[in-house]
Design a binder for this molecule. Structure first.
Ligand code: LMR
Length: 501
């Protein structure tokens, strides 16, 4: 019967765990799946969750939940995302059902889109969580990729993103990561969210927000809901997928909420009935235990405060590991690349990087360091105070060549004065050979959330795994939640070795 069935490829994320489990090396590290670990590398059950467990123990039958799941849990979840006083929740404008965590929510929406938004396409950011592609593919909704991450600047490609979305046909659905973008750790700023919201309203694009990491971006669940609330205040109708896997550590409980903000109560009632019609033949009804735990926590002000504190603790530990990883890598040094000649220009300064400016492009020995002195170089004759420009931070007071930044406009190394492309270098007086690090690790601390998008190539990832038993996804994503003070040194050394040879 099944001789024709080929073996399916391993999942790019969960397949990493399978390989990790099969490795006998006692020093192995699993930095693949996004699952929180404490500083000794152990999984964590939050104290608020333990207390909720204690409270619900023995107090319930094990009956089926309704198809839509635990109603009060859904309302608590909706308030967590849309706001305690959100008019759309109180006005019964939100269709909502309990879902099987983030994947289950997205899948329900994809099915809903296929059935009730006929012919519409899903716009998916590049890159995104790998399972998003599977979800919409299996729901047979056509996918269009939109640019999100700029590899050169290691930041958001906001201009190209807006440009692509502005050309999307009206009625298209745009998948947005509400906070702590997976895998890049790069989110739009508040102003960019506002701009995006306006653009999508104007172009009649429907937002589908995936919020799997509420609390992990800033450590504050309220602040992490800013994108949802900006869109809501602007009057969008939207779909939202919530998961309590990460922020409550309820991974295996599969507890989430899928909601759609509708025009009014009558529409919400109809939409919710169709959501249930999708759920019933797929899994009938969702599991009980996780929903009871979340409901206990979110409906008790004291327990909720305790949980807020615990989310912040997890987020803060990840932030401190980012700092430690970057410090370790920088302490190991990094080869420096000759950036040609450093010249002061009027009215500001830039680095002449082109070959015509005698850049040798050589890799060099590690140099004194980013804030090191001008060792061996003469000071430039002309020095003008750089005029800070938008997007380039100033780094006042440091030696000039320590203030190289990547220009967000042209992605070239630039001083904090002005983009060398917009204001071409006016070469003046004696210039000074300078060297810039071949690889900067600044993005490790710039990024937010559970993941670090290292910029390491798939071949370098293979070396990390093959030579050092360090497991991560081949796109170079590291789950910072798996980094701790005991393994960060070894991780930095391995990253340094594979990126410098
Ligand atoms: C991840 O991105 O690692 C998590 O969302 C886990 C998963 O299911 O992929």
């Amino acid at each position: 019967w099944f001789g024709h069935v080929p073996e399916a490829p391993r999942d790019p994320i969960l397949g990493v765990t399978e390989k990790y489990l099969a490795d006998a090396n006692p020093l192995k590290m699993n930095l693949g799946v996004g699952a929180y670990r404490d500083d000794s590398g152990q999984p964590v059950v939050l104290k608020s969750v333990r207390e909720a467990e204690r409270r619900v123990a023995g107090s319930h039958f094990m009956e089926y939940l309704p198809i839509g799941g635990h109603r009060q849990f859904c309302e608590d979840s909706a308030k967590l995302a849309y706001g305690e006083d959100a008019g759309v929740v109180h006005g019964k404008q939100v269709a909502m059902i309990q879902s099987l965590s983030g994947t289950g929510s997205c899948r329900l929406f994809a099915e809903f889109q296929g059935r009730w938004m006929k012919g519409s396409k899903i716009y998916i950011p590049s890159p995104t969580w790998s399972n998003h592609h599977n979800i919409w593919r299996d729901a047979q909704v056509e996918e269009v990729i939109y640019p999100y991450y700029n590899k050169e600047t290691k930041g958001l490609d906001f201009e190209r993103m807006c440009d692509t979305l502005s050309k999307a046909p009206a009625g298209s659905v745009v998948l947005l990561h509400a906070c702590a973008h997976n895998p890049t750790g790069v989110d739009p700023t508040r102003e960019q969210w506002q701009e995006l919201s306006k653009l999508m309203l104007e172009k009649r694009l429907f937002p589908c927000m995936d919020m799997a990491y509420q609390g992990f971006a800033t450590g504050d669940c309220e602040r992490d809901a800013q994108a949802v609330r900006i869109f809501l205040n602007d009057g969008h109708r939207l779909a939202l997928s919530q998961s309590f896997a990460k922020n409550m550590g309820l991974y295996g409980q599969r507890v989430g909420c899928f909601s759609i903000v509708c025009e009014g109560p009558a529409e919400a009632k109809a939409v919710e009935s169709q959501m249930k019609a999708l759920a019933r033949p797929m899994y009938s009804n969702p599991p009980l235990h996780g929903a009871l735990l979340v409901h206990q926590i979110l409906s008790d002000p004291e327990l909720k405060q305790q949980w807020y504190g615990e989310v912040k603790e997890m987020a803060d530990r990840i932030i401190s590991m980012r700092t430690l990883l970057r410090q370790n890598l920088e302490a190991l040094g990094s080869p420096h690349r000759c950036a040609g000649r450093l010249a002061w220009v009027s009215p500001c300064c830039c680095v002449c990087t082109s070959a015509t400016r005698s850049c040798c492009g050589r890799m060099d020995e590690p140099w004194a360091g980013p804030t090191g002195s001008w060792a061996g170089h003469k000071r430039p004759l002309r020095r003008r105070s750089p005029r800070p420009a938008a997007g380039i931070s100033s780094g006042q007071g440091a030696a000039p060549h320590s203030r190289l930044r990547t220009c967000p406009t042209c992605a070239k190394p630039a001083h904090p004065g002005r983009c060398p492309v917009l204001a071409p270098c006016v070469f003046r007086g004696p210039c000074h050979p300078t060297r810039i690090p071949a690889r900067s690790w600044q993005h490790i601390t710039d990024q937010i959330g559970m993941f670090c998008f290292t910029g390491i190539t798939p071949e370098q990832v293979d070396r990390l795994t093959g030579e050092y038993s360090i497991y991560l996804t081949r796109n170079g994503r590291i789950s910072m939640a798996g980094v701790n003070s005991g393994n960060v040194g070894r991780l930095a050394e391995a990253m340094h070795k594979v990126t410098s040879s």
